[in-house]
Design a protein around this ligand. Structure first.
Ligand SMILES: [Zn+2]
Length: 106
């Protein structure tokens, strides 16, 4: 039975059960200075590494320092020029450090 005057749609609120639900989300970096990825080695899996770039998989559901949502992958580069292949609808965030660029893929 709806309360008198109820005009809203009858829909249960969507509960966001992300991969880290109930675990407590840890965010990469402390917002101060460059992010030391090796501090997060236990939760990040290194997929690929070159002299200037690295590609990580977010195994632990760390939160993106740019938007606060968990990300799927992280690409870092120290190159001045980078070309990214279009990934369709995949959103990503960019964090710029003095000598490095971090791209968080969601
Ligand atoms: Zn983000």
């Amino acid at each position: 039975m709806l309360a008198p005057g109820f005009t809203g749609r009858c829909r249960a609120p969507e509960i966001d059960e992300g991969p880290t639900a109930g675990v407590g989300m840890e965010q990469l970096g402390d917002g101060d200075g460059p992010i030391d990825l090796h501090e997060y080695r236990h939760g990040l899996k290194l997929r690929k590494e070159t002299r200037e770039t690295s590609l990580w998989e977010n195994k632990r559901g760390y939160a993106c320092p740019a938007c606060g949502d968990p990300f799927e992958g992280l690409f870092t580069t120290e190159k001045r020029h980078n070309t990214f292949a279009a990934t369709g609808e995949t959103p990503f965030c960019i964090v710029r450090e003095t000598d490095r660029l971090l791209m968080f893929r969601h």
